[in-house]
Each structure stands twice: as C-alpha cells, then as structure tokens.
Design a protein around this ligand. Structure first.
Ligand code: NAD
Ligand code: 0WE
Length: 265
C-alpha cells in the first residue's frame, strides 16, 4: 500500500497539551493553528471570549474529538485564573500556549493616531498586550522545560500602517513583551515567540475599511506575489511550538510572503 507523506503524523507535538486562545470563526488564525496541532497529535483546549462566540466555537471544538472548550475573556482576571485552575485539574501540565487575541475599539482604527482616547489606548493595551503577560503568569506553574508560547503580531508594530493606529503601538508593546517574557521564562526552559502575519481575511480584518485594497497591494508587491494564508501561519506555528525550534526564543518570525523586506512599494 502506498503511504502519502501528507497522511503521516510528524510526531512533532504528539501527546503535548496545547491551549489555544482566539478562535472566533473558521477563518481565525487560531483555528488554523489548532487544526494543525490536532493533526499532529496534540491534546487541545480552546477558549471562547463570550457566549455569543461560544456558538461559533463549540461546533469547531466538537469537530476535533477530545478537545476541551473553556470560557476566557482575557480582560477578566477571574476568568484567566479559572482557566489556569481548570487546566491544572484536567491536564496538570501545559506544553503549548497560543495567544491569538487582539482588540481595539472600532473608532480607534480610523483617522489619526494622535486622536486616540485614553480609554481606547487602555483597552487596546489591556486586551492585546497585558493578556499575554497575565496568561504567562497564571500558566507558568503548569509549564516547564520544553514548553512553548506563541503570539500573533503585525508589521504595523514597526512601520506606520494607515488606520492601524493604537493597534500598532499595542503590537510594538506585544513584541517587546515577547522579549521580556522570553528572558523571564527562559531559565525554566519555556520559550516565547511571535509570528508576524501578513493581512488575512478574518473576522478582525473584515471589519476594516479598505482591507480588500490592502490584500491586493500585498499581492502586487510582496516578493512571493500572493497573500498570506492562515495555513501558512499554522505551519510556521507548528515549527515554533515544537522542539525543532528548541533554540529559538524572543523571536518575531515573519510569515507575510516577504512583504516586510520591501523598502519602496
Ligand atoms: P479573529 O477575529 O478571528 O481573532 C481575534 C480573536 O481575539 C477573536 O477570537 C476574539 O474573540 C479574540 N478576543 C478579542 N477580545 C478578547 C477578549 N477580551 N478576551 C478573549 N478573546 C478576545 O482574527 P485574527 O485575524 O485571527 O486575529 C488573531 C490574531 O492575529 C490577532 O492578534 C491579530 O492582531 C493577529 N494578526 C491578524 C492579521 C490579519 O490580517 N488577520 C495579521 C497579523 C496579525
Ligand atoms: O490585528 C489586526 C486586527 C485587530 C483588530 C481588528 C478589529 C476590527 C473590529 C483589533 N480590534 C478590532 N476591533 C473591532 O471592532 N490586524 C493585523 C488586521 C488589520 O487590522 C487593520 C489593518 C490590518 C492589517 C486595521 C487598520 C489597518 C490595517
């Protein structure tokens, strides 16, 4: 019998316990990562932000047998603590943490950055940045040698992308947090990295005016002349979350068709 390579499990994350936050729909980057991890034999726990999104996420979770489904609004300390408690009870240890969560008020994602409100700044930083710190702190007791943490970022952290505004500043802080967390958790053998993804048509992106034009522009000028697919991000995520990347921490890996290397577009 012929065995296709694609039918074989790599064993890269086989038997590892993986928590993935940020699935909102089947287009979510977090969902592509979760599917890939499940495919390679990881045990999964997914979270949902609220009851409205639970309706979307439950059928996705149920399509991957054995997947735990837990609530977690990352802006609520109690929910973060309960999540850690629940995973302690169910699994006792955690090998993989995927943070694929970001939020800014819609009105902050248009117009001038200089007009950002104090409350808009606070919310974007709390949900998109501090949440990673809070999760790492709560879950650190469950993690150990060989554990790996991954978050998602975007080029707007280091270049000005019109309308990305306070989210760009939040992503800059997120990337800096990856370095500080890598330094804090490294001595325990816990790695912390980010993937900087090119624009992908998800729920979070669809709400943005002019997003289709951005996708088009990337297809025209990125070295690979195409858009980024969530599955490409998931493949890179599998690497960073596996022991193949055992020597990599504090890093931001671009999965963006090479767009970020261009100096004049
Ligand atoms: P998405 O809308 O599918 O995912 C965003 C997630 O954030 C949702 O699941 C939402 O429930 C969650 N979230 C927001 N506030 C939350 C809260 N208070 N508590 C818990 N969860 C909360 O969109 P996506 O594009 O898959 O976004 C995932 C990550 O990827 C984000 O960090 C985003 O910044 C990043 N990213 C996206 C793109 C893109 O173009 N889509 C590019 C680069 C990076
Ligand atoms: O990180 C993101 C999007 C994050 C996001 C999206 C929304 C839309 C709905 C955060 N908060 C909200 N709040 C909402 O109410 N991306 C990388 C995708 C994205 O968003 C942009 C982009 C790109 C790319 C916004 C403006 C310009 C470019």
């Amino acid at each position: 019998m012929k065995v296709e390579v694609s039918d074989c499990m790599s064993g890269l994350v086989e038997g590892k316990n993986a928590l993935v936050l940020g699935v909102a729909s089947e287009r979510s980057i977090a969902w592509a990562i979760a599917r890939r991890l499940a495919q390679e034999g990881a045990n999964l726990a997914l979270t949902y932000q609220n009851e409205r999104l639970e309706k979307n996420v439950r059928p996705l979770a149920e399509s991957l047998p054995g997947t735990l489904l837990l609530p977690c609004d990352v802006s609520d300390d109690v929910q973060v603590a309960n999540l850690a408690q629940e995973l302690q009870t169910r699994w006792g240890k955690l090998d993989i943490l995927v943070h694929s969560v970001a939020f800014a008020k819609k009105e902050e994602l248009s117009g001038r950055y200089v007009d950002t409100s104090r409350e808009g700044f606070r919310i974007a930083m709390d949900v998109s940045v501090f949440s990673l710190v809070a999760l790492c702190k709560s879950l650190e007791p469950l993690m150990g040698e060989g554990s790996s943490v991954l978050t998602l970022t975007y080029l707007g952290s280091e270049r000005v992308v019109p309308n990305y505004n306070v989210m760009g500043v939040a992503k800059a802080a997120l990337e800096a947090s990856v370095r500080y967390l890598a330094s804090d958790l490294g001595p325990k053998g816990i790695r912390v990295n980010a993937i900087s993804a090119g624009p992908i048509n998800t729920l979070a992106a669809r709400a943005i005016a002019g997003f289709t034009t951005m996708l088009q522009r990337v297809r025209e000028v990125a070295p690979l002349r195409r858009n980024t697919e969530a599955e490409e991000v998931a493949d890179a995520a599998l690497f960073l979350l596996s022991d193949l990347a055992r020597g990599v921490t504090g890093e931001v890996l671009y999965v963006d068709s090479g767009y970020h290397v261009m100096g004049m577009v």
